[in-house]
Design a binder for this molecule. Structure first.
Ligand SMILES: [Zn+2]
Length: 98
């Protein structure tokens, strides 16, 4: 699939990240591609999406803070889902993407 960010088209690929096959994901700024390892999306979809999209949308942020972003998104979403939504995480669509 593809999405627009700052006027540029990005591509999402579900495959082992090239040259980093052991990584769960990878953001290629030059080609504007987000890679998601198939096993990673099965095990932690929200975390891996928060991580790689964090890299794409906040390119100046270092790996430590991207990991903080991933962790906080995951724990807050899990708490909200468990507390208010019977453990289910819904995936909506941003108004501008409709
Ligand atoms: Zn990273």
């Amino acid at each position: 699939m593809r999405f627009r960010l700052d006027g540029e088209w990005w591509t999402v690929k579900v495959q082992r990240p090239p040259s980093k096959e052991l990584c769960e994901g990878m953001t290629d700024f030059k080609k504007r591609v987000l890679y998601f390892h198939p096993r990673a999306i099965a095990g932690d979809l929200l975390g891996i999406v928060a991580h790689e999209v964090g890299h794409a949308t906040m390119p100046c942020v270092d790996e430590t803070h991207i990991r903080d972003h991933e962790r906080v998104v995951s724990v807050v979403a899990r708490w909200l889902a468990n507390t208010f939504c019977e453990g289910k995480i819904s995936i909506g669509q941003h108004r501008r993407d409709k």
